[in-house]
Design a protein around this ligand. Structure first.
Ligand SMILES: Nc1nc2c(ncn2[C@@H]2O[C@H](COP(=O)(O)OP(=O)(O)OP(=O)(O)O)[C@@H](O)[C@H]2O)c(=O)[nH]1
Ligand SMILES: [Mg+2]
Length: 466
């Protein structure tokens, strides 16, 4: 089996943990593993035609050897209250018990409670154990929801500690952005802005998943009338499997977190590429091969993005990567690459680049197809295309965050809950100004000027009160 670098996944808070449960169920199936980490006779890569050699699977990137030849995910699940961790323990027997950490009381939707949690030492020590079990550790993927107190606050504390303890390793965050339709607590607006501030500072790449965009996809593309949280998580799992497909299977680009970063992030702060994936079809489909032009049209459709952008705002890209996922040999990659570049001329309005970077359009192929989850709601027995674009249009997501934060902060509602936990009030304005600065940097890129530091002038433009 090919030897490769390894990654550690850290799932924090209910959203991070529940997404992780779906993600590892899928990844285990893709690697031909049973629920308890043993090898199945057949796996997705041996069916239905053109078997890929198992050497294509870089098993030890995501899994490590456990007792009795079991494969164990390189992952840690953390929640300040036990409920979501119990859910993982009951559903996925693949984890060792020391990979599932929980405590007694949640952070009550309060970033500060999560951030000032006393449990970080125990957590960092468990992360160190996992790091020591990895020969060639490349980096970390921290997955959390931004809305609650644990994912936002405790997640940000862990991210800061990772940046200090492992400065040379790549840090990626998967940040779930709360939707007003699912949201139950007013403080989500604060937690989202405070946690995004930490992702701007301490992550190398952040993949935003807006629950609102995922809900729309479940309704429109999958025909689900009332999507549930697990529908959203299964969709995210398929997309994150595609993002990391060349890392955990094989392929010709984005074979490591570092490569994803260098392919997509020309400026360190502007590290929020938007993901768009196709096809997203309900399970009753029978198509086993999808026309490439159709896939391209679908990923360029805003409705397939996991971040909702404003179609009326002109966007500019800093980097674009297409990742084709399907059964083919790597020798075909070059011809796909040429077809992609040729076809994408038709969509030149969607694929405009900022003036000051060379047109950075890359296309890659991962030969391993995805696999359906049992009773899954997404059809996967076909080829697929993932688009990752570092576009100025992502600023729409930060603007929405500030629009929810602004009115609440203007009244200073609930601020005392945060101060009681030890936070300084200045941290609110620091976080807010950081997002405003980021939006401004994206706007300047779209206009063609170079990136500069934040200024307070932008406050009025985004209707954020001082
Ligand atoms: N996509 C997705 N969103 C989730 C999930 N669970 C919760 N959310 C969203 O995340 C926000 C709440 O965050 P949680 O992850 O429940 O909170 P937490 O991190 O556990 O923090 P506390 O419970 O406050 O300590 C809400 O907006 C939910 O809609 C999930 O499994 N998937
Ligand atoms: Mg919770």
């Amino acid at each position: 089996m090919a030897s490769s670098q390894s990654l550690i996944f850290i799932h924090v808070g209910q959203g991070g943990v529940q997404f992780g449960s779906a993600f590892w169920e899928l990844l285990s199936l893709e690697h031909g593993l049973t629920k308890d980490g043993k090898f199945q006779r057949r796996n997705v890569f041996s069916e239905p035609s053109g078997p890929l050699a198992s050497s294509n699977l870089k098993l030890n990137t995501f899994f490590m050897e456990g007792p009795q030849g079991r494969q164990v995910p390189r992952a840690l699940f953390l929640d300040l209250d036990p409920t979501s961790i119990e859910g993982v323990r009951n559903k996925n027997q693949i984890f060792n018990s020391n990979q599932l950490m929980s405590w007694k009381e949640d952070a009550s939707s309060n970033y500060a409670r999560g951030y000032y949690s006393q449990n970080v030492e125990a957590t960092m020590s468990r992360i160190q154990d996992l790091a020591e079990a990895s020969d060639k550790l490349e980096g970390f993927v921290l997955c959390r929801s931004l809305g609650g107190g644990t994912g936002s606050g405790f997640g940000s504390l862990i991210l800061k500690n990772l940046a200090e303890a492992y400065p040379k390793l790549t840090k990626v965050t998967v940040d779930i952005v709360p939707s007003t339709s699912f949201s139950t607590t007013a403080t989500e607006a604060y937690n989202t802005v405070l946690a995004t501030h930490s992702s701007i500072e301490n992550a190398d790449v952040t993949f935003l998943f807006e629950n609102e965009a995922l809900l729309d996809q479940c309704r429109q593309n999958l025909g689900l009338k009332e999507p549930k949280i697990n529908n959203l998580n299964n969709l995210m799992a398929q997309i994150m499997s595609a993002v990391t497909s060349c890392i955990h299977i094989d392929g010709n680009i984005n074979r490591s977190l570092g490569e994803i970063k260098s392919n997509l992030v020309p400026y360190s702060r502007l590290h929020f590429p938007i993901l768009s994936f196709a096809p997203i079809l309900p399970p009753e489909n029978t198509q086993t091969w999808r026309n490439f032009d159709t896939l391209l049209m679908e990923v360029l459709n805003d409705g397939n993005q996991v971040v909702k952008t404003d179609p009326l705002t002109s966007e500019r890209n800093m980097a674009i990567n297409f990742m084709y996922r399907g059964q083919m040999t790597l020798a075909d990659a070059n011809s796909i690459d040429a077809a992609l570049v040729e076809n994408s001329k038709m969509y030149s309005n969607k694929l405009k680049f900022v003036d000051w970077v060379p047109k950075d359009l890359k296309a890659g192929v991962c030969p391993g197809r995805s696999t359906p989850l049992p009773k899954g709601e997404i059809y996967t027995r076909t080829n697929a295309l993932l688009l990752m674009k570092n576009t100025t249009a992502v600023s729409a997501s930060f603007t929405k965050m500030l629009h929810r934060f602004g009115p609440l902060y203007a009244r200073k509602s609930f601020v005392h809950w945060y101060l009681q936990e030890g936070m300084e009030e200045s941290e609110f304005s620091e976080a807010k100004n950081d997002l405003i600065g980021l939006i401004r940097e994206y706007h300047e890129c779209a206009k063609g000027t170079n990136v500069s530091r934040p200024s307070s002038k932008i406050l009025s433009e985004f209707k954020v009160k001082h």
